[in-house]
Each structure stands twice: as C-alpha cells, then as structure tokens.
Design a protein around this ligand. Structure first.
Ligand code: ADP
Length: 225
C-alpha cells in the first residue's frame, strides 16, 4: 500500500521584478498537510494567493524555499519530469472550469490520460465512477456548452481526480456560481479529502467555502497567519 499523500512547504519566498525594484509577494511561507486535510487560503486581493497557488501547482518557481509533495521536491526535476509529476500528482480546479469546448464530458475528465496516450481500461472505469460520484453519469456525452455552470464545475472536479493526485488546488471554485449551486459544489468539494484521500487547498473569498474547510490561513503582507 502506498504511503498517504503529504505536502510540506518550507521557507517559501517569491518576489517579482518591477521597475522600482523587486516586489516581495510571499515571505517565509510554511505549511504541512497530509491526506484528508482541507485548507482555505483567504486574504484580500493582491495578497499573493494566486502566486502561492501557482507555486504549489509547480507552474511557477519560488525564489527560495522548498515544496515536497509525497517526498519529492518537484523543482529538482527537469522540465519533462516536472510536467509528468504535475500531471500525476496535482489536480487543478479553476473558477472558470477551463474545460475544452470541443470535448465531451467523458473526454474532458480523461484529458490528463489522453495527454500521455490512450487512457487505460482502468482509467476509463475510474472516469465512469468519478462521473457517478459527481452525479453526471447521464451527461457523459454532453459538450461543456450543453451543461449548466454547476455541472461544468462538477466535470472540473472529476477531471482533477482522474490521476489519483496527492493535491487538489482550487481557485475560487464557487466564484461564478449562484448561491444554491455554490453550496452544492462546496458540499461535493468537502467529500474529496475523506473519500479520495487527497489534500485539498482552496483559495477563496467565500466565507461559506472557507468555513467548510478543516483549516484556514490568511495571507497578510505575504505571510501566512
Ligand atoms: P491575489 O491572488 O491575492 O489577488 P496575486 O498573487 O495575484 O494576489 O498578486 C500578488 C501581488 O503580486 C500583487 O501586488 C500583484 O500586482 C503582484 N504580481 C502578480 N503577478 C505579477 C507579475 N507577473 N509581475 C509583477 N507583479 C506581479
């Protein structure tokens, strides 16, 4: 049996170069989470939430500090291995879902597997059971344009889980939804850590979503408090 998923962030810092000198966005960020944990990162606009999420998603490099996901520091990998690591270990859920418009629901859920070849029978089975889990089994042949906003977000959640990732990163996953739909997507998100053994980190302005997570940290002047 594989050991449970883990995330360790130590002394992470990030600055951006600007005309008037470096702009320090993240200072000495530390985090330790394990399978089943859920964390809301809150903070005002401009506090560095997106920057932190990008780095946790290995889409951007920190200036200093390390991230360790399931024992591996992804920034030690070359570009090709990093892309494979990201595909395997990290699922992303965006505010505007980022589904591919020309692909069906099933194909969108399978996209991480399609990116590296033909999905295996096991991955196809997993796709079916994920569509069941997000209550979209009867929409599997639909295109994203044939779905409601809440249904699209559910497809994005199923897609993020396909590769059995360690980490799910969600950026304002309920941001574009009406209150009732947001509540049902929040309810679904809450089941992910316990049902799939993932670590869920969500950046949000929604008090309801933040309150539903087990842990909550605020970014203030680039520090997590
Ligand atoms: P949040 O997601 O909390 O709104 P961001 O992480 O997007 O915050 O941005 C944090 C700060 O870094 C902001 O002041 C923003 O203007 C600045 N910033 C973000 N991206 C860049 C960039 N590529 N170059 C320079 N400054 C940036």
């Amino acid at each position: 049996m594989e050991s449970p998923h883990s995330l360790l962030v130590e002394h992470l810092s990030k600055s951006y170069p600007t005309a008037t000198g470096p702009l320090q966005v993240l200072h000495d960020i530390g985090l330790e989470l394990s399978a089943g944990d859920s964390l809301a990162i809150v903070g005002p606009s401009g506090s560095g939430k997106s920057t932190l999420l990008q780095i946790l998603g290995t889409l951007d490099h920190p200036d200093d500090g390390t991230i360790t996901i399931d024992g591996q520091d992804p920034f030690q990998l070359n570009d090709k291995d990093l892309a494979a690591f990201r595909n395997q270990k990290i699922g992303f859920i965006f505010q505007d879902h980022h589904l591919l418009p020309q692909l069906t629901v099933t194909e969108n859920v399978l996209v991480a597997a399609l990116a590296i070849g033909q999905p295996s029978a096991e991955q196809r089975e997993r796709c079916e059971s994920l569509l069941d889990a997000v209550s979209l089994a009867d929409r599997r042949g639909h295109l994203p344009s044939e779905l409601s906003g809440g249904e699209r977000e559910r497809v994005a959640i199923a897609r993020a889980l396909l590769m059995q990732p360690a980490l799910i990163l969600a950026d304002e996953p309920t941001g574009n939804l009406d209150r009732r739909t947001a509540d049902s997507v929040t309810e679904l998100l809450l089941t992910l850590p316990s049902d799939f053994g993932v670590i869920l980190i969500t950046v949000t302005h929604s008090d309801a979503l933040a309150a539903a997570m087990k842990k909550r940290r605020e970014l203030e002047d680039g520090r997590l408090v």
